[in-house]
Ligand binder design. Structure first.
Ligand code: PLP
Length: 412
């Protein structure tokens, strides 16, 4: 018999990582198969925690099922794209038009399409650290180079615009801003956004604004849309805004998101042709889920029940913050948005060499699954991320388990 070589993965996958679903999730699956119940604090998946979608979205989608059996236009169905355009109009983007909107199978697919259409080998993209790691993974897959700008834990996890600008080179093509941020929960003030927009303006960068947590903010915090900042300060930065139904409307499983394109589009004609090609190549997004968009954006905004005092997300965030802060050697910033905390473990007390092994050990001992900081392209081994989605009782139990694990670590 002739000997063939084994089948191996493409070289372009070298350096592409998405560790939030990597070895830690595999170990959790193994433990589950062995009969253990795992408390999963690792993924921002709302429905399994009882945050279900408003009925109106489901009813509308079900009603439309019979007519949603065929492909749609590549960019998405007209009614949903119009609803997205109207949404941005209502936020001050008066010229927003249906032609500025492309729908996708979640923001994830759109991140991929946007970067694949944009990057040549060696092109650089400025991405926050810590980040939502898909941005880094897809930049690498598309042949680009992720250049991370550090968000400052000692300053509410905001980036320092001067330091960001110092990282711009003649290869930098785009700058990513995630606001509110995953994993830190930071919500950026207008001054920071204006400075970031200015950097894009001065260096001719495309601004990529991931605002999927836009409506999940607490107390006085409010998301200022980057596209508005651009519009109010000269409308001269080509901007792509990303959002969708996975978080605010809790239907992550439907895979439904959009991009809204604004700024000097006349300077991006060729790029937009490429983006349309990417759109055509994937045929169209899931059609039944596109029908949910109009009702979601135009209907009752039920997320508000959760984010005000007395609401589940609000109260769970407060409890998780308080309990984590009480553990010796744990420092945590209260987040203004999203649904994550990103605590720091004092290296004097917890000298962690490998944070992935650390969270795997926590998982094995306490059956609690969190994500390690490095999975978010963070620079040290001293952080982990947990979601604030479980009920107060479940959070209390889980954080007590984390505290026990840390106490044993200290005594070891
Ligand atoms: N962007 C950020 C910042 C996220 O946290 C997530 C998911 O957690 C996504 C994008 C992906 O969202 P989608 O479900 O729309 O693909």
């Amino acid at each position: 018999m002739e000997q063939f070589e084994d089948f191996v993965q493409a070289e372009k996958l070298r350096g592409v990582r998405y560790d939030v679903r990597g070895p830690i999730a595999e170990e959790a699956a193994r433990l589950e198969r062995a009969g253990h119940r795992i408390t999963k604090l690792n993924i921002g998946n709302m429905a399994p925690f009882g945050f279900e979608a408003p009925d109106s979205i489901l009813v509308d989608m079900i009603k439309n099922l019979p007519t949603a059996q065929g492909y749609s236009e590549s960019q998405g169905i007209y009614s949903a794209r119009t609803a997205v355009a109207q949404y941005y109009q209502s936020r001050g983007m008066r010229e927003a038009d249906v032609s500025d909107v492309i729908l996708g199978n979640g923001v994830s697919e759109l991140i991929s399409m946007v970067l694949q259409a944009m990057l040549n080998p060696g092109d650089e993209v400025l991405i926050p650290s810590p980040d939502y790691p898909l941005w880094t993974g897809v930049t690498t897959l598309a042949g680009g180079r992720a250049v991370h700008y550090i968000c400052d834990e000692s300053n509410s996890w905001w980036p320092d615009p001067e330091a960001v600008e110092a990282q711009v080179t003649d290869r930098t093509k785009a700058l990513v801003i995630i606001n509110p941020n995953n994993p830190t929960g930071a919500v950026y003030p207008r001054e920071i956004l204006e400075d970031i927009v200015d950097i894009c303006r001065r260096h001719n960068l495309i601004l990529l604004a991931d605002e999927i947590y836009e409506k999940i903010t607490y107390d006085d915090a409010e998301t200022i849309n980057c596209c508005n900042v651009v519009r109010e300060t000269g409308d001269d930065v080509f901007t792509i805004t990303f959002s969708g139904l996975s978080k605010t409307w809790r239907v992550a499983g439907f895979r439904s998101g959009w991009i809204f394109i604004s700024g000097p589009k006349h300077r991006a004609k060729n790029y937009l042709e490429g983006l349309n090609l990417m759109s055509n190549l994937r045929m169209c997004p899931n059609v039944p889920a596109q029908h949910a968009i109009q009702t979601a954006l135009g209907g009752y905004q039920s997320i508000e029940e959760f984010i005000y005092p007395g609401g589940r997300l609000y109260e769970q965030r407060a409890v998780a913050y308080r309990l984590l802060s009480e553990i010796e050697g744990v420092r945590v910033e209260q987040m203004d948005g999203a649904m994550y905390l990103f605590p720091r473990l004092d290296p004097e007390i917890y000298p962690i060499e490998n944070d992935e092994s650390f969270v795997i050990e926590l998982l094995r001992q306490q059956k609690i699954l969190v994500s390690h900081g490095r999975a978010f392209n963070w620079i040290d081994n001293q952080h982990f991320r947990l979601v604030t989605l479980p009920t107060v009782e479940d959070l209390e139990e889980a954080i007590a388990g984390i505290a026990d694990f840390l106490s044993e670590y200290r005594d070891a």
